[in-house]
Design a protein around this ligand. Structure first.
Ligand code: ZN
Length: 255
């Protein structure tokens, strides 16, 4: 397997700085109670045991961004989910979001290839009995202005990876999200959860593998439990990405 490399040219770096300001679809949620949304990208098997089960014990549900081309593969995130896992997650009330079929980089593929890969993923999900996905997450967090526009008519929201404060406005075409990673990002996230009640907003969280020796893109089972406890203390409501967006759009229209 080839190892993924983002385009590190100056042009690509400048584009990554500009894209968040382009083709925005902004809502300004007016929330009385903060909302937290968990999303798990790619879904290595360790997520099911070490994140989904503890969340279900709280009667909470998550969003899982599935790239069906990753079924059963093993990489730096560990062994991945299979189709049966995806149907079981859906049956358990979790949201299954789209993440392209082959987990491709938006900035290194044409828009038509990228959209075709999303359609391929949707067909694969449909073939195992799932409805069309309502939200999307950009693989590697790579986004283009052209795709932000195209995805706006296909999904209620598309999630990126840039960290955000919970009180910010929300660009539904590139939703900022906070890392639940084992490194120094972990303390940042815990601080954000502590502050979330001060000015209620939306705190989307994402991660990958959850195991004792996680990759740099995941966290430990213990850290997952700490986050759950902190959210319980904060009084925030835990909703899937699509539930949170629908709720915020209502408050946006009312406000
Ligand atoms: Zn991914």
């Amino acid at each position: 397997m080839t190892v993924y490399q983002p385009d590190m040219s100056l042009k690509a770096k400048i584009k990554r700085r500009i894209t968040p300001f382009m083709a925005r679809r902004v809502i300004k949620p007016q929330l009385e109670r903060p909302i937290v949304s968990f999303s798990f990208d790619d879904c290595p098997k360790s997520v099911i045991e070490n994140a989904i089960k503890p969340l279900e014990r709280e009667n909470w549900r998550a969003t899982i961004y599935i790239a069906m081309g990753l079924c059963g593969i093993e990489n730096h995130l560990g062994l991945h989910m299979d189709a049966d896992d995806v149907t079981a997650l859906y049956a358990g009330g979790h949201e299954i979001g789209d993440h392209t079929f082959d987990h491709i980089d938006a900035a290194q593929n044409s828009a038509s290839i990228f959209m075709g890969d999303i359609d391929k993923n949707q067909s694969a999900l449909n073939a195992i009995g799932l409805p069309p996905s309502e939200t999307f997450a950009y693989p590697y967090g790579q986004v283009t202005t052209e795709l932000k526009l195209k995805l706006a008519s296909k999904f209620l929201g598309s999630r990126g990876i840039r960290s955000r404060e919970s009180t910010d406005d929300v660009d539904l075409n590139q939703i900022r999200s906070n890392r639940l990673y084992a490194g120094q990002d972990f303390d940042t996230l815990m601080e954000q959860i502590k502050r979330i009640s001060d000015k209620p907003g939306w705190l989307p969280i994402f991660t990958h593998d959850i195991r004792d020796n996680p990759s740099p893109f995941g966290c430990t089972p213990q850290q997952m439990l700490h986050v759950i406890d902190a959210i319980k203390s904060s009084g925030a409501e835990v909703l899937t990405m699509v539930e949170a967006i629908k709720k915020m759009e209502l408050t946006h229209e009312a406000g």
